[in-house]
Design a protein around this ligand. Structure first.
Ligand code: GDP
Ligand code: MG
Length: 365
């Protein structure tokens, strides 16, 4: 599961990426500086793991992880090949979801490709390139399908769908908001892998001063919020520059630094968690003395498949799962107490695993 960091040049994408991955690589102050996409593995913050770690006196904690890709800045005309645009658009096609970084900070030392700060215009510039790129894909598909559709009912049905999506995009809407109840249509729609069908989070990059009130007094952030609300997307306010500094600190220093800023959690942590959620991912947990660990599954996964994440034998020889929710365990204090109260359940192969379930699998191979 991968998220692509997308946006215009010089909006803070690489700064954000570097703080995400603590790579600390240098970012340069000119467009097109990131030619190859950089991929980084990012751990998902989860306080439950630390609590369980203490409870079980474990030393080893393994958090969940997702991948972020730093995609080079798109510019106007990217879909026509401008600034290696086609290559960058192809990079976006490979990710599962998008973090769209929008510049909401003023800094006369840092060039804006369009001269001034205007977050809404920037979002529209990027979205237009994504829409153009999708339209090109649809047009190619329409050309192909038209030939077959003359004497093929199925192709005719697909052609009709293609024309409808095309009209939707030409209306300047994202494929994300195109819905259909027809199962064939849903499957076709998925097979086109449209850029504008991918889920999006907006990261509003602000100056340090705007952090305290979460960007409320920044007109640009407000504009992004209004836009995102229409599109049913979340917005996170971050200061990429500060995040990069925070990423260099150890845990204790970090806590103090955040307290000084009046924050409980860094914007980055919120962003990572929201990204995980956006991908439809949840964590179940295993806990014991040797290890406390979060395992990533897609929401809706049943117990045997969840067990298969640990080992294929666990799935093949699945007997049952011994499950207690994190909250129940915390309320009882110990696993034994939870068991006494009947809160440790025995679940079978049809059980849908929930976020925060602490599980012990019983299996036989
Ligand atoms: N003032 C300020 N500068 C930033 C911030 N985030 C990034 N920058 C600077 O903006 C320039 C471009 O950032 P970079 O991350 O390379 O942008 P990218 O082209 O979107 O990858 C760099 O000089 C960064 O140090 C921020 O939050 N505030
Ligand atoms: Mg960059």
């Amino acid at each position: 599961m991968k998220l692509g960091i997308v946006g215009l040049p010089n909006v803070g994408k690489s700064t954000l990426f570097n703080s995400l991955t603590k790579a600390g690589a240098e970012s340069a102050n000119y467009p097109f500086c990131t030619i190859d996409p950089n991929v980084g593995v990012v751990t998902v913050p989860d306080k439950r793991l630390d609590v369980l770690g203490e409870m079980y006196h474990t030393k080893k904690i393994v958090p969940a992880a997702i991948e972020f890709v730093d995609i080079a800045g798109l510019v106007k005309g990217a879909s026509k090949g401008e600034g290696l645009g086609n290559q960058f658009l192809a990079n976006i096609r490979e990710v599962d979801a998008i973090v769209h970084v929008v510049r909401c900070f003023e800094d006369s030392n840092i060039v804006h490709v369009d001269g001034n700060i205007d977050p809404l215009r920037d979002i529209e510039t990027i979205n237009l390139e994504l829409v153009f790129s999708d339209l090109e894909i649809l047009e190619r598909r329409i050309a192909k399908t038209t030939k077959v559709a003359r004497n093929d009912k199925v192709a005719a049905k697909e052609l009709e769908l293609l024309e409808r999506i095309k009209a939707h995009l030409e209306d300047n809407k994202m494929a994300k908001s195109f819905t259909t109840d027809d199962e064939d249509e849903q499957e076709w729609l998925g097979s086109y892998n449209l850029l504008t069908a991918k889920p999006v989070i907006f990261a509003a990059n602000v100056t340090e001063d705007d952090l305290a009130d979460d960007g409320a007094s920044n007109a640009g952030v407000q504009a992004v919020r209004e836009y995102a609300a229409q599109e049913d997307c979340e917005v996170f306010v971050v200061c990429a520059q500060i995040e990069q500094e925070i990423a260099e600190l150890d845990d204790e220093e970090k806590k103090m630094f955040l307290e000084d800023l009046g924050l409980e959690e860094s914007g980055l942590e919120k962003l990572i968690k929201a990204s995980y959620h956006l991908l439809g991912l949840i964590s179940y947990l295993t806990a014991g003395e040797p290890e406390v660990r979060a395992w990533t599954i897609t929401r809706g996964t049943k117990a045997p498949q969840a067990a298969g994440k640990i080992h294929t034998d666990f799935e093949r020889g699945f007997i049952r799962a011994e499950v207690v929710s994190y909250d129940d365990l915390m309320a009882c204090g110990t696993h034994a107490a939870a068991k006494e109260k009947g809160l440790v359940r025995l679940e079978g192969k049809d059980y849908v695993v929930q976020d925060g379930d602490i599980i012990l699998f019983r299996f036989n191979v």
